[in-house]
Unconditional design. Structure first.
Length: 238
């Protein structure tokens, strides 16, 4: 029997961001809202330990784990905390963190400043600012509209707490522990997403049973831009 899937969304998203992928994967897919987002917007505290515990509490005994961006960073921590439960691992447009302490401190300060902005300016202004990032350059208009609508449904306080508690600057990097993750793993990156394509190459090389899939014509938000390709790559792990 194929293992069920647990899919972890990115920052400013909810579990519904995986809907296109879920349609192709079929039954047996769990895509929870993570602390600070959607139905879990008010859950506190937000930190690595509590996020990991939430996932492991909600997940079946053994499962295929996949995460996008922020969710991919969390997936790595979940897999390291309970490798015996993770049958396979999917990492979508993500990183194992910032290993340089100075770079991590600078990112933590930037995330804290952004958290203050969203608290002060509200969700509409933040959604416009976030949607204008170069990270989304070339994104199809329909995908941009879906992503923007999802951001507008978020709670400013939840997003601010997520940035402070599990932003890239707050997360402990795990590059030096990737060798512990011996389960089959697929790393996905969009061809237009040069930064995360390069990071994806490093991830796939560092994982003992990792392979890289570069998705032609796609950018960072792969679950929204190329759900069928993402589903096919994850489905091959089950």
């Amino acid at each position: 029997m194929a293992s069920p899937f647990v899919l972890l969304h990115g920052f400013t998203q909810t579990g519904r961001s995986w809907d296109g992928v879920r349609r192709d994967l079929g039954d047996g897919v769990l895509a929870p809202d993570l602390r600070g987002h959607g139905a879990a917007a008010a859950r506190r505290p937000i930190d690595t330990a509590h996020l990991v515990a939430d996932v492991l509490e909600a997940a079946p005994d053994r499962f295929v784990l996949a995460g996008y961006s922020m969710g991919g960073r969390l997936a790595l921590h979940v897999a390291l905390a309970a490798p015996e439960r993770v049958a396979a691992l999917g990492l979508v447009s993500t990183t194992a963190g910032l290993p340089d302490p100075a770079e991590r401190a600078a990112r933590r300060a930037a995330d804290d400043a952004l958290a203050g902005d969203v608290e002060r300016d509200g969700i509409d202004a933040f959604a416009e600012r976030w949607g204008a990032l170069p990270l989304w350059a070339g994104q199809p208009e329909a995908v941009r509209a879906v992503a923007h609508a999802e951001r507008l449904r978020q709670d400013p306080a939840g997003l601010a707490a997520s940035l402070r508690g599990f932003g890239t600057g707050a997360m402990v990097p795990v590059w030096d522990r990737l060798g512990e993750l011996t389960m089959p793993a697929v790393v996905l990156a969009g061809a237009r997403d040069a930064k995360f394509r390069a990071i994806g190459e490093r991830l796939a090389a560092a994982l003992p049973d990792g392979r890289l899939v570069v998705v032609d014509g796609a950018g960072h938000a792969l679950a929204l831009e190329a759900p069928a390709t993402v589903a096919a790559a994850l489905g091959a792990l089950a």
